[in-house]
Design a protein around this ligand. Structure first.
Ligand code: ASP
Length: 373
């Protein structure tokens, strides 16, 4: 059987709570080789009866059939388990690159991709993937869970099933995050809660789809496929980037120590409210000197929701010394975008600044401000 009439999904199981079990110290850690067996034994995630009756033993060990069809087509999925499985707190830029390369390698064999991932740094990975996967024409969904799938009460089934069903039924050509019945744009999410099952939110951009009694896909908010653009994966990310959050007692000495870290090339600063920092000349001098050394500095707000603007003099000064407005970027998207933009070959410092100011993957909302006289 060539499964021609099936929608095929590849699941990259990277790690995270979703597949963890308690060890002898009563703490959660990755359980290798158990996840697939658990999925196969779950009637809500694998239709073994249908497979037996219709596929007559042609389903491979690693292939599963989702019990519900998407748009009349059966959804077949396969799982690749990473070794080692990762707690996402241990993940680095190299792991983002590995995922992107796997998607590139299998891109033409599947209709969509799911990345099973820990929740702690999921927003960073989703943001990084959104920049690395250029000209994406298929759905990529990153998901995980707050409670392992092996526990009797868990959000894992719902998150995994919802991701498979959406991925198998619709073409949403974006890197998305599905969690707690909502599909978000991946470079817009932040982990907002460690306790509720509603762990993620997209503070500055609406959900792309809602799962309730039915599934509502909000086409209007989804990026349109640019058929002229060929799918390509860009993996030369620049690791020399960092984040600094402003606080009222910050001194020029502290800021200078940070901005003179060897090899540093890009910095996200998280400023107060709509993008303000203390109006102290010495702080501005340190920032201005860093820009003069061609360190790309992007300003975003510490606030959980909203954007930076030039509505206050305390914010306008940053623009005047060459700090770029990150508008309503999340910190995760701002950092990933810097890694991407600073890794692009052959650009001048001014061109990189311009790229940071440009909305590349729907990651930020560009606003126009009145000049402050
Ligand atoms: N520490 C885990 C991780 O990020 C938490 C989770 O998956 O929810 O891998």
């Amino acid at each position: 059987m060539d499964f021609e009439n099936f929608r095929r999904i590849l699941v990259l199981y990277v790690g995270g709570t979703i597949g963890m079990k308690k060890n002898c110290y009563d703490v959660l850690e990755a359980a290798h080789n158990d996840f697939r067996a658990k999925i196969k034994s779950s009637s809500s995630l694998h239709d073994s009866k249908w497979a037996r009756e219709n596929l007559h033993g042609k389903l491979k060990e690693n292939q599963m059939i989702l019990p519900q069809s998407g748009n009349g087509q059966k959804i077949l999925y396969e799982i690749i388990e990473y070794t080692p499985l990762l707690d996402s707190s241990n993940m680095t830029l190299k792991d983002w690159i590995r995922i992107a390369k796997d998607i590139e390698f299998y891109y033409h064999n599947y209709n969509g991709f799911i990345v099973l991932h820990g929740t702690d740094t999921l927003a960073y990975t989703a943001s990084a993937l959104s920049f690395m996967l250029n000209g994406l024409q298929k759905t990529v969904i990153v998901t995980g869970s707050q409670i392992p799938i092996f526990e009797s009460r868990s959000d894992a089934n719902n998150n995994f099933f919802g991701s498979l069903y959406i991925c198998g039924s619709f073409t949403i050509p974006e890197v998305c995050v599905f969690f707690s019945n909502k599909l978000f744009r991946g470079n817009r999410v932040a982990k907002v809660c460690t306790e509720d099952l509603y762990a993620f939110d997209s503070p500055n951009y609406p959900a792309l789809a809602h799962v309730g009694v039915g599934i509502k896909v909000h086409e209007y908010f989804i990026r349109k496929i640019d058929y002229a653009e060929k799918f390509s994966v860009y993996t030369d990310l620049n690791p020399h980037v960092a984040v600094i959050e402003f606080f009222p007692t910050i001194t020029a000495e502290m800021l200078s120590a940070f901005l003179t870290i060897p090899k540093l090339q890009g910095v996200v600063i998280q400023s107060f409210g709509t993008g303000n920092i203390p109006s102290k000349l010495d702080l501005l001098e340190v920032l201005g000197a860093a820009v003069a050394r061609c360190i790309l500095i992007v300003n975003i707000t510490i606030s959980a929701k909203g954007a930076v603007s030039m509505s206050y003099a305390t914010g306008k000064v940053l623009q005047d010394i060459g700090v770029i407005s990150g508008e309503d970027l999340t910190v995760e998207a701002a950092l990933a975008k810097l890694c991407y933009v600073l890794g692009l070959p052959g650009l001048t410092f001014e061109e990189r600044k311009e790229a940071m100011r440009t909305d590349l993957r729907g990651e930020m909302t560009i606003q126009k401000y009145e000049e402050i006289k």
